[in-house]
Design a protein around this ligand. Structure first.
Ligand code: UDP
Length: 237
């Protein structure tokens, strides 16, 4: 759809694929794609090729699910990035897979780590780093990850930075990486998640703008997304 890979999986099926990824001794990465990501990919060819090279791409947005169906594609359900992240962390706790957290501001990542250790007692979070680093610091982070060899790397640098970062570091000693956008902000409790009814009807983006009015600038992707859907329907793209 829109030149991008989007896998027709529900949350349970996604987790089953992930169980397999952990068993295979190589690097895998997951993209949680939303309408904003679809629009970004139209201009950013590096990002679109990173999406298409992923081991799993889930539709993280009810408008994306609606658009895929409107265009005749098959998609079982929305798989929200934060829900999938919590499912994977639960699997990590259950199976003893280790974790490294990268992204967000320092106080946010510190509280997100603590919160995750409360939610999943016994989970092995081997290390963490905030998401604001220069090239020298980045080399140290890479070295640290390679020495700790976590099974699961969670990267919250925002889209498309996190996906491009993950792809650039495909040689890291990890089995699975995922880009999670602002999930550390939600997990730490700094930013509340939209009420469930807003998630269901596809108004999560609106809630996030209400909580953080600076995000209003980012809404220009909405008309572009609908135009893209319309053009695809009419066969213009
Ligand atoms: N971020 C970061 N480093 C950067 C830019 C952003 O760690 O250089 C973090 C930022 O602090 C926030 C997340 O990336 O935690 C992006 O959140 P946003 O809500 O914009 O992402 P979305 O979920 O919309 O992709």
């Amino acid at each position: 759809m829109f030149g991008l890979r989007i896998d027709d999986v529900n949350r349970e099926e996604a987790v089953r694929h992930i169980e397999r990824f952990f068993k295979e001794d190589r690097f895998h990465y997951i993209v949680t794609l939303n309408p904003e990501g679809v629009v970004i990919a139209q201009d950013n060819k590096i990002f679109s090729s990173v999406v298409n090279g992923a081991d799993l791409v889930v539709a993280d947005g009810s408008w994306l699910v609606r658009a895929v169906r409107f265009l005749g594609g098959a998609i079982k359900e929305r798989v929200a990035g934060i829900d999938l992240l919590l499912d994977i962390l639960s699997l990590c706790k259950e199976k003893g897979y280790s974790v490294y957290l990268l992204g967000a501001k320092e106080d946010t990542i510190v509280s997100a780590k603590k919160r995750l250790e409360d939610i999943f007692p016994g989970i092995r979070i081997l290390g963490f780093h905030n998401g604001y680093f220069d090239i020298e610091e980045e080399a140290k982070i890479v070295e640290e990850i390679n020495s700790l060899k976590p099974d699961f790397l969670v990267v919250g640098l925002g889209m498309p930075k996190q996906e491009i970062w993950i792809n650039r570091h495909r040689d890291l000693s990890v089995r699975l990486a995922i880009g999670v956008g602002g999930s550390f902000d939600v997990i730490s409790g700094n930013i509340p998640r939209a009420p469930y009814w807003m998630q269901v009807i596809g108004l999560e983006w609106f809630y996030r703008v209400l909580k953080d009015p600076k995000r209003v600038k980012r809404l220009s992707f909405i008309p572009r997304f609908f135009l893209l859907v319309l053009k695809s329907k009419l066969g213009v793209v």
